[in-house]
Design a binder for this molecule. Structure first.
Ligand code: NAD
Ligand code: ZN
Length: 354
């Protein structure tokens, strides 16, 4: 079992990474003093996992709350239902929530935990690759409102995170590949070891080999936690985690968040950002080729020709990323280190789409 620490000071927490489905001794150490536990999960999580989890919790009374699978559940309505359930079950400040599912479950459970009685403890057991390498690290919690995604939320770290590669066996190909997009991102922004691992183990990665999964999850978390620990409230360096996201989000918005997964969209976004990095003289031709080859060998889609600059323009230049009339972009340099800049030729964005 691999153990990692994330965060600093009072909100520091541990992440366990293993191929055991639930490490029950460790789990019970965190739950022991709690009299009640509410497991929040979604309708797409295989029932056998839920049974195993319930069986492992020894000394507390366990309740289950299942929300419908999908992004639509990250809503005010479902949030309210969770809060009402906690009230009905008379949860006190010493009771606990266990978020058991992907990023949707993690985000809404974390937000409920952050706000119920001004904050109760929660544990994350992320079951998708994306939630294991991304949303369970960094303490961001949120729900969506009609005005926009993740507009209501809080920074609120879990007590502990338990990651198991075993959950990933039942994940659909689309969801697995979506998580792989974020793994690839870490390998391009600040993790040479991870890039080498991906490059020399593409078959094993595609076959979801346990050993390689443990390594790539560990490396991904190392990079994310290094960045978020330096910048807990997203004031500086954390921006580099958005590599590929300006264009990826534009693709997602243009397709109404339906046709393409987040990871697939940001993978295309990373190619566009890498091309701009090339035109700006930050990386060399062969490095762009290497990136595209890696994407192809991981069986991720690298063809963004169906997305036109003219369609995506309005999303790319939305208010959030434009400061003083200048767009901020995350580019990469020759050493595959990402950096934020607004000093680039804006024509290169259009050129990257050709
Ligand atoms: N808080 C953060 O820092 C952060 C970071 C990245 C993303 N997010 C959020 O995460 C969400 C996306 O998370 P996601 O990609 O995990 O999607 P998700 O939570 O919607 O899960 C995807 C699907 O996989 C199913 N599933 C989950 N685990 C499974 C398993 N082991 N086997 C079979 N099926 C399984 C779920 O039922 C669901 O239908 C978005 O709402 C996004 O905003 C948050
Ligand atoms: Zn992302």
């Amino acid at each position: 079992m691999i153990e990692k620490y994330v965060g600093k000071g009072n909100s520091k927490y541990k992440i366990f990474i293993s191929n055991r489905i639930i490490p029950s001794i460790e789990l019970n150490k965190y739950i022991d003093k709690t009299s009640k536990v509410l497991i929040i999960t979604d309708s797409g999580i295989p029932k056998k996992y839920i049974k195993t989890l319930k069986d492992q919790i020894k000394n507390s009374k366990v309740y289950l709350h299942t929300i419908p699978q999908g992004e639509a559940s990250k809503s005010f309505k479902i949030y309210q239902e969770i809060i009402k359930k906690l009230v009905k079950l008379k949860f006190s400040r010493t009771d606990m929530i266990v978020a058991f599912g992907g990023g949707v479950v993690g985000d809404i459970s974390g937000f409920a935990a952050s706000s119920y009685l001004r904050g109760i403890d929660y544990i994350q057991i992320p079951t998708t690759l994306l939630s294991q390498v991304d949303s369970s690290v960094g303490g961001k919690t949120a729900i969506n409102i009609s005005e926009g995604k993740n507009l209501v939320g809080a920074f609120y770290n879990p007590k502990v995170v338990f990651i198991s590669t075993r959950f990933l066996k039942t994940l659909s190909e689309k969801e697995y590949k979506s998580g792989l997009g974020e793994v690839l991102k870490y390998s391009l922004i600040d993790n040479e070891k991870l890039r080498a691992l991906l490059q020399s183990n593409t078959k094993k990665v595609l076959n979801r080999d346990n050993k390689i999964l443990l390594k790539i999850i560990e490396e991904s978390i190392k990079t994310k936690s290094k960045i978020v620990t330096k910048d807990e409230k997203e004031e500086g360096i954390r921006a580099i985690l958005n590599f590929g996201h300006t264009f990826g989000h534009a693709i997602e918005a243009h397709t109404n968040y339906k046709k393409i997964s987040h990871g697939a969209a940001i993978t295309l976004g990373m190619i566009i950002a890498s091309k701009i990095s090339l035109y700006e003289g930050c990386i060399k031709d062969y490095q762009l080729d290497n990136i595209i080859n890696l994407i192809d060998s991981l069986d991720l889609d690298s063809n963004y020709s169906k997305y036109k600059f003219s369609d995506l323009k309005k999303y790319i230049f939305n208010d959030k990323k434009v400061a003083d009339g200048k767009l901020n972009l995350i580019l990469i340099d020759k050493k595959f280190k990402a950096f934020k800049t607004n000093q680039f030729d804006q024509n290169n964005i259009k050129k990257a789409f050709i």
